[in-house]
Ligand binder design. Structure first.
Ligand SMILES: [Zn+2]
Length: 103
């Protein structure tokens, strides 16, 4: 891939926030949000178990009070939790690397 050509790698910072809750089965639910409060990735950690990717979605992300819905991969419940935007803690993290061909 890109043999004989130079490749430049650019990376920028993006803001992310991680929200956490518990399912009724006591599994930990985690979602990583971008600065628009959309879910980048989410996972479920059962008590004494290993982390599993969990489908999750933000609802009403443009509002101060918004919801995250997870599918708990431990018990199968759909879990809805509410969050307040001013309570989120933000971190600057490297954005995904973009490879560009430098001709
Ligand atoms: Zn559960």
């Amino acid at each position: 891939m890109f043999q004989g050509r130079s490749v430049s790698i650019t990376s920028a910072l993006m803001r992310q926030s991680t929200v956490r809750s518990r399912c009724e089965c006591q599994a930990r639910l985690v979602a990583v949000l971008d600065e628009n409060r959309f879910v980048i990735t989410a996972y479920c950690v059962p008590a004494g178990g290993e982390k599993e990717i969990s489908p999750a979605q933000s609802m009403g992300a443009y509002q101060k009070n918004f919801d995250i819905g997870w599918l708990c991969t431990n018990c199968g419940r759909n879990v809805l939790r509410s969050f307040f935007v001013d309570a989120l803690i933000w971190a600057e993290v490297p954005a995904p690397v973009v490879l560009t061909k430098a001709d």
